[in-house]
Every structure is written in structure tokens, then in C-alpha cells.
Ligand binder design. Structure first.
Ligand SMILES: *Cc1c(COP(=O)(O)O)cnc(C)c1O
Length: 363
């Protein structure tokens, strides 16, 4: 069975040697030595400052909202993983959707400019599938309207924008290190702050707001990464160049083979691609479903990333209808891409996609 992704498991011996160290020290969580080591190595590799490791990408978003003191409405994208929207709602914030750009699938700055509830405090944009948003235009909007900017950069490990890590943009960027992501710590994530003065507060807020033995400074949550997760991250980071290379090779192959058959997501000219996903777009929903069924019959399981469009969620109040996002959601699919995906499987995947498309044409 081939799924859309497969968790990268590094050398077992190496992981065990970290586990031995954890046992020797007896320190398993709460800002342990491996969490500190991984923080330093990630800041170094990604070339960012103010990176705070957390328990997952969703808690990274939640802590970011608290640290930036968001309130009221947040302008956001309807085309992302459900956590982008659900985290707002669970923190008492109201998602106001602006529709996406039909080429990049990212939040469209012009649509952002049309939102006007009078209660907006921030823009929350996802660099979806690792493709950069129009950062300059979003920042201009935010500056003009005094809005904070948060980037859900869950898919962006290793992506650069204008030669700098994409994680260094916005007031805050957050990333997920879930097992299904390109770089992972089993469960985990990080908050990257563009304001030095917010780092200390963030560290309190991921640990219940505690700032001393008998002292609680502010309202926080539990969002700490543990040592076993940090150890996984250290091992995966050792192999990151190989991971990126293999993904690039698979993406190149898919691109060459399928170029005449499907459409692709538009890339940003200011940015590189990490191939964290390989989304393909079909002409309509019916064709998309035909291909999906055809692949499933071969035991291949791509995912309909991202369906449903987030403006259709049951906890979103009516009246928000994002037609571009709904359209893209209905006919996009992410093909399997991960290190270790055998060449013969890649060939099987593209052949099956082509076969379904040709058959569809004949019908
Ligand atoms: C994976 C993901 C998240 C959530 O991250 P977790 O670590 O699973 O909590 C948030 N946003 C996007 C866009 C994601 O893909």
C-alpha cells in the first residue's frame, strides 16, 4: 500500500544512543538538553532567530495568537489544513475568509483588501504546499491597516523567500514537525518570532505561563516538546539533505511525466520549492474522483489535500462562500511523495493517472 506520505525513520542505532542519554540524565521533558540542542541546530540550519520548539503545529498557532494578543476577527485562507481555522475558533477568534488566488492556491491580497468588518486584528495566511504567499503585498495591507501577520508555514521546512528563510517573515511564523511532514519530531512544531522582546513571554506561555517557582505571569497552555521528540528531530536533521534530494528527484519525474495531462500549482518566482507535497489539479471534480478511484484500485492512496474548503466547516457561520477555494478543493489531489518511494511505484502512479485520464476522455 502506498500512501500520500510515509514517516521518515532515521537510523535506529543513532536514535537509541540518544535514548540512552535521556535515560542516563533522567530528564525527559521541560526544556531538556536535547530540546536546547535541536533549537540551536534548527536556528543554524534554517538561519533564523527566536525559534521556540513546541508540542505540535496547532499549539504553535494557539500560542502565537496569545503572544500577539489577537482579538475579534482574523482574516484567513479557506484553503489549508483544518487546524488553521479550528485553532482560531477554539481560541475565541472569528475567521473571516478571503478567497485564494487560483494559481498559487494562497490567500489573495486583493481579496484581503476587500474584507472590512472593523474588528480585524490580524492576517493568518498559509504558504500552502510550501509555495510562498505574496508576502510583500500582504505586508503592505497589514501595515496600512495595523494588522498583525501570522504565517502558517507548516509545509515550509527549508523554503526561502528573497534568499531568506520564509520562516523569518510576518510577526510570527509557525511550522509543524508532525510525522507526516518533510522534517519531523514525531509530534512537534516551532514558533519563529520576528520580535526579540516576545521570546521570553512565548517560553512562559508554552509552560502554563509559569515564570518562577511560585509564580505565574500570564495565561499559558502546555505546549512543550519532550526529549524523545527532540532526539528524533536531531536524527532526521542529520539526513535532511538526502530527504530534500530524493523529493526533488520524484517531483522532477512526476512533473516531466504528467506535464501534458494535469495542471500544477503556480510557484512563486521569489522562492524555492521543498517538494513537501506534489499537488495535481484536474479539469473537474468528476475526473479527479475517477483518477482517485483508479489509483485506489492499485492500492495507491493520494489525499484530497485540501478538502473540504474551510468555509464549509460546520462551525463556520453561514454567508461565507469562497468559490475559488471550493473549486480548487473539488479537483486537487496530492500524489505520494517521500524518500524511499521506489521508482517502479512512481512509474505505476503516473501510468495509472494517465490511463484514467485517457479512459475518461473516451467516455
Ligand atoms: C500539519 C498542519 C498543521 C497542524 O500541525 P500539527 O503539528 O499536526 O498540529 C497546521 N497547519 C497546516 C497547514 C498543516 O499542514
Amino acid at each position: 500500500m502506498i500512501n500520500v506520505t510515509k514517516t521518515y525513520l532515521p537510523n535506529k542505532k543513532k536514535y537509541k544512543s540518544y535514548v540512552d542519554k535521556i535515560y542516563e540524565s533522567g530528564w525527559v521533558t521541560n526544556d531538556g538538553f536535547l530540546v536546547r540542542e535541536l533549537t540551536e541546530r534548527l536556528e543554524d540550519y534554517l538561519n533564523v532567530r527566536n525559534l521556540v520548539l513546541v508540542s505540535n503545529g496547532t499549539s504553535a498557532l494557539e500560542v502565537a495568537y496569545r503572544v500577539l494578543e489577537l482579538e475579534g476577527d482574523v482574516i484567513t485562507t479557506p484553503f489549508s489544513f483544518v487546524a488553521t481555522t479550528s485553532s482560531l475558533v477554539s481560541n475565541g477568534l472569528n475567521p473571516i475568509f478571503a478567497d485564494i488566488d487560483i494559481s498559487s492556491f494562497n490567500l489573495c491580497p486583493e481579496n484581503v483588501s476587500r474584507t472590512n468588518t472593523g474588528k480585524e486584528s490580524a492576517i493568518l495566511a498559509t504558504h500552502v504546499f510550501g509555495v510562498a504567499c505574496d508576502i510583500d503585498a500582504l505586508q503592505r495591507q497589514a501595515s496600512k491597516r495595523r494588522l498583525k501577520v501570522i504565517y502558517d508555514a507548516a509545509h515550509c521546512f527549508g523554503v526561502k523567500y528573497r534568499g531568506k528563510s520564509i520562516l523569518s517573515y510576518g510577526d510570527v511564523s509557525v511550522i509543524s514537525f508532525h510525522a507526516t511532514k518533510l522534517f519531523h519530531t514525531i509530534e512537534g512544531g516551532a514558533i519563529i518570532l520576528n520580535h526579540d522582546n516576545l521570546v521570553e513571554e512565548t517560553k512562559f506561555k508554552i509552560n502554563f505561563g509559569i515564570d518562577g517557582v511560585d509564580s505565574v505571569k500570564s495565561l499559558g497552555i502546555n505546549a512543550k516538546m519532550n526529549e524523545f521528540e527532540a532526539a528524533m528531530g536531531l536524527c532526521v536533521l542529520d539526513d535532511i539533505e538526502l530527504i530534500l534530494e530524493e523529493r526533488q528527484e520524484i517531483a522532477d519525474f512526476y512533473f516531466t511525466e504528467l506535464n501534458d495531462y494535469v495542471s500544477f500549482q503556480g510557484k512563486s518566482p521569489l522562492s524555492n520549492s521543498n517538494n513537501s507535497y506534489f499537488p495535481v489539479l484536474f479539469e473537474n471534480k468528476k475526473i479527479c474522483e475517477t483518477v482517485l478511484c483508479g489509483l485506489n484500485r492499485e492500492d495507491i492512496f493520494p489525499r484530497r489535500y485540501f478538502a473540504p474548503s474551510l468555509d464549509t466547516l460546520p462551525y463556520i457561520s453561514g454567508g461565507q462562500f469562497m468559490s475559488v477555494s471550493r473549486d480548487i478543493s473539488s479537483r486537487v489531489m496530492a500524489l505520494p511523495i517521500y524518500p524511499g518511494l521506489a521508482k517502479e511505484d512512481q512509474i505505476r502512479i503516473v501510468n495509472q493517472v494517465k490511463k484514467c485520464l485517457v479512459k475518461n476522455e473516451k467516455n
